[in-house]
Design a protein around this ligand. Structure first.
Ligand code: PBG
Length: 341
């Protein structure tokens, strides 16, 4: 619309704008044409929590729509995800029993290994990723074995993490994803995999992983809340951006194939910094608390859950993530499919 100058010369008239970004917002067709960030189900990785048994689906209250599933049911979930075009799954395990060292993480009959073998046999078009950590398997809930004074022993953890990665690779994992935040874990795992002949198994390193309040629902789901203390002695202080970038640099130097930033939304600056600095694929983990708060607000009618979820994940991708681990993977994939129709 043209703003006509009023005849009264004393009246101030605003200049007529020449730049009108609104031209490109006029219709959905134009908006779609100029859209900079597009989501594709292939970018999404869905977490799956595996537990012992057969035919078991045990709902996770704080992650609506998610269950702790036995290996056979994990295959069914994976089939559905593959059918929706989702890119991959990341497996977490709830072992039948726990011990001081977390042996359930690396034994051949470990719960994640059982599920991986079944998924490998099924040969679905999904990347099979295994979270490589000990906290779900240790009786004390920390991410490595303890020293006498109750701290996590870094170098002793390295050997156990490498053993876990080898067991996961042997069971069929395409990618192992170390999340324990032990110093040197990527190098130790790369060496362990290579020595065992798994030179083709990739490492997605949880490089900048903060000691975040947003992991609450996950710890309920995975029964991995530390029995004492917290994880601030090994996970990053969320206040530290430069230190996070140093962690990323170390993991790249140690041989990471994919860099993962976690959590996603509170650390979009770190996603963008990693994208800017490295040519490796960058992944971001929209963690359990990020998902749960959106779902809870939507349940109360406080926001439109679908639009808020799409906007959040779009923001993560716009910041620079090419891979997003998200509990909304199946929902997002089916919404995107609806929109394409
Ligand atoms: C294991 C691990 C955790 C998450 C991913 N891997 C828990 C933790 O570090 O306490 C959290 C994922 C989520 O909250 O969705 N160390």
């Amino acid at each position: 619309m043209i703003v006509a100058a009023r005849p009264d010369a004393n009246t101030h008239t605003a200049p007529v704008p020449r730049d009108r970004p609104r031209r490109l917002r006029r219709s959905e067709a134009i908006r779609r044409l100029v859209r900079e960030t597009r989501l594709d189900p292939e970018m999404f990785v869905a977490p799956i929590f595996v537990r012992p048994g057969t035919g078991v689906r045990d709902p996770i209250a704080s992650l609506p729509g998610h269950d702790r599933v036995s290996a056979d049911e994990a295959v069914r979930d994976a089939e559905r995800l593959a059918e929706l075009g989702v890119g991959g799954v990341i497996l977490f395990g709830l072992p039948a029993s726990k011990d001081e060292e977390g042996s359930g993480a690396w034994i051949a009959e470990g719960i994640v290994q059982q599920a991986l073998r079944r998924l490998r046999d099924r040969d679905l078009p999904l990347a099979l990723i295994a979270d490589t950590c000990l906290c779900e398997y240790t009786s004390h809930g920390h991410c490595g074995p303890l020293t006498g004074d109750g701290r996590v022993a870094n170098d002793a953890a390295l050997e156990l993490l490498a053993r876990t990665a080898v067991a996961q690779a042997a069971a069929g994992a395409d990618v192992v994803a170390p999340s324990a935040m032990m110093d040197g874990q990527v190098a130790a795992i790369r060496d362990g995999l290579d020595q065992a002949g798994f030179t083709e198994t990739a490492i997605m390193a949880y490089a900048a992983k903060a000691a975040s309040a947003f992991y609450g629902p996950f710890r309920e789901a995975a029964d991995s809340t530390p029995a004492f203390g917290d994880r601030r002695g090994y996970q990053m202080d969320p206040a530290n951006g430069r230190e996070s970038r140093r962690e990323v640099a170390l993991d790249v130097a140690e041989g990471a194939d994919i860099i993962l930033i976690k959590p996603a939304m509170p650390q979009l600056d770190l996603v963008a910094a990693a994208r800017e600095r490295y040519d490796l694929p960058i992944a971001a983990y929209q963690v359990s608390g990020e998902f749960a708060m959106l779902v809870a607000a939507a349940e109360r009618g406080w926001l439109d859950g679908r639009r808020a979820m799409l906007e959040s994940v779009t923001g993560i991708v716009r910041a620079g993530a090419g891979i997003v681990i998200t509990y909304a993977a199946a929902d997002l994939a089916s919404w995107l499919r609806d929109e394409a129709r």
